[in-house]
Design a protein around this ligand. Structure first.
Ligand code: ZN
Length: 503
């Protein structure tokens, strides 16, 4: 193998080790760290992040990449060598375009803003964070200007989460979706509401945790190279292809939170665990974009985990565990209960049908702020106005409105939310392709067997890590570009049956 290529990989592997240490510290911070250690941990994370950034933007990496240009062009696009060089070069160019002075200004600003948000949200006082947000918008523009030639000012921000996606194409996709979803939500919510009161009682926390772990293991998440812990906001994190951890949250008075967040995170985890081990320590290790990542978690959580077939197999087991709570609840009642559509204020509590309306609202507001059409001083009111128009309910306060999600308050404005809905849309398109290849999958799910689907996803998606962009992957796996059709078909069929109406 080329000496330069070897040197590049050994440098990247060292940077990867520091990245793993950062991730491990972050995992600890979000699970077991004593509250009083926050300051010390912040400093440690700052030092390691700076170190890894400096190592990566070092001119020696740029020189190596230059020397390897021939190796990239002489090898096939999807080869190991060409892919590593291409993806590393892309990341390197991005990292070196942004002055480290700007990175550090933004990270300091975000830390202060996050502090302000933790007080503003419970106080229901948007004015406490508004000046910070105004500055965030300015920083977003400054950051975008490091990438001249963009089509839309949000594109460089979207690009860092969903490489290759643009504001214009997402906007088009989202407006098609909104046109279908708004009347769909109206039709469903005009029906008799589903009774899900049986969920609202005490369910033993340990038993919930164990049941979730069994589901994660059964669908294919490996506890040999993973583990599950508790966290206030469930997440998945990877320190290596051989160490991918998931977390969950348990509501002692409603088992849905733990059940579905566990299956969701297991979906993320399986993606990370399924990357080709040869990619360990390179830019190819790890999922390719926030949209594709969400497609993998949502495919397992919603398409599989909220399907009738899945609960045909698991409901008798759950009923046995929680016989006091569920003995009089039929499979059909349970299935409807886990798929209840309800207009609600909080994105993370939303059902499959209304969920995307929450996301699209945020995406549109991000673009309007960056474009200068919407002043942050008017953001809270604009939120209420648009929420009412899309969802049909009044937002009673900012705590459950514009202040509810952490994203804008700990990070940038722009590129924060589109991945969730892209993921929903992709999940259906991927699943449709899986069924075409293996029509037996739904029957297997009814029997608690997930190997065929898991192996297909591994071969078609997981193993490639970041080798292909989201758009390339969608084309390659499904034979067509991203389209809302399979997703709308899925929602219409499922919810027409559940609500006994024609959607
Ligand atoms: Zn997720």
């Amino acid at each position: 193998m080329d000496e330069d290529f070897k040197t590049l990989n050994s440098k990247l592997s060292e940077i990867g080790d520091i990245g793993a240490a950062i991730a491990l510290m972050y995992w600890d911070q979000s699970t077991y760290m004593p509250e009083g250690s926050a300051m010390a941990r912040g400093k440690q994370l700052g030092t390691l992040s700076k170190m890894s950034h400096e190592m990566f933007v070092d001119p020696s990496i740029g020189q190596l990449l230059k020397k390897l240009a021939d190796m990239e062009s002489s090898n096939p696009y999807d080869s190991f060598a060409a892919s590593i060089i291409r993806v590393t070069k892309r990341e390197y160019d991005k990292a070196t375009k942004v002055p480290s002075e700007l990175v550090s200004r933004i990270s300091k600003h975000n830390a202060e803003k996050g502090q302000a948000w933790t007080k503003a949200r419970p106080a229901n006082d948007f004015t406490m964070v508004q000046p910070y947000l105004a500055k965030t918008v300015d920083y977003g523009r400054e950051l975008a200007d490091c990438f001249p030639g963009y089509e839309h000012i949000a594109d460089p921000l979207i690009d860092s989460a969903d490489y290759g996606m643009k504001a214009s194409s997402i906007r088009k996709l989202f407006s098609e979706l909104r046109e279908e979803l708004v009347p769909m939500v109206r039709k469903i919510t005009e029906c008799e509401p589903i009774d899900d009161s049986f969920f609202k009682q005490a369910y033993d926390k340990d038993m919930q945790f164990e049941f979730g772990k069994m589901l994660a293991k059964d669908i294919g998440y490996s506890f040999d190279t993973g583990r599950e812990d508790m966290a206030p906001h469930p997440f998945t994190i990877s320190f290596s292809i051989h160490d991918v951890r998931i977390t969950t949250r348990i509501d002692p008075n409603d088992p849905r939170d733990a059940l579905f967040s566990t299956v969701h995170e297991a979906g993320h985890g399986m993606y990370e665990q399924g990357v080709d081990p040869a990619f360990e320590g390179t830019a190819l290790a790890g999922g390719t974009s926030s949209g594709v990542h969400e497609s993998q978690s949502r495919l397992w959580e919603n398409i599989v985990g909220r399907s009738k077939g899945f609960w045909k197999f698991y409901y008798p087991k759950l009923q046995k565990q929680f016989s006091v709570q569920l003995s009089n609840v039929t499979l059909d009642q349970f299935y409807k209960g886990v798929n209840k559509v309800d207009r609600s204020l909080i994105r993370t509590d939303a059902d499959e049908v209304t969920y995307n309306l929450h996301v699209m609202l945020r995406f549109d507001l991000e673009l309007d702020m960056l474009e200068g059409k919407l002043d942050t001083a008017d953001l809270a009111d604009e939120w209420k106005k648009r929420f009412k128009a899309d969802m049909g309910i009044e937002v009673p306060n900012d705590t459950d409105g514009v202040l509810q999600d952490i994203h804008w308050y700990h990070s940038m404005i722009g590129g924060q939310f589109q991945g969730y809905t892209l993921g929903n849309v992709m999940a259906s398109q991927f699943y449709e392709a899986a069924l075409k290849a293996h029509p037996e999958i739904p029957r297997q799910i009814e029997n608690g067997k997930f190997d065929t689907l898991h192996t297909w996803l591994k071969n078609m998606i997981y193993q490639h890590g970041s080798k292909f962009t989201a758009n390339e992957l969608v084309e390659q796996v499904t034979g067509k570009p991203l389209t809302i059709e399979p997703y709308m078909k899925y929602l219409k069929e499922k919810y027409s049956e559940i609500y006994g109406i024609q959607l």
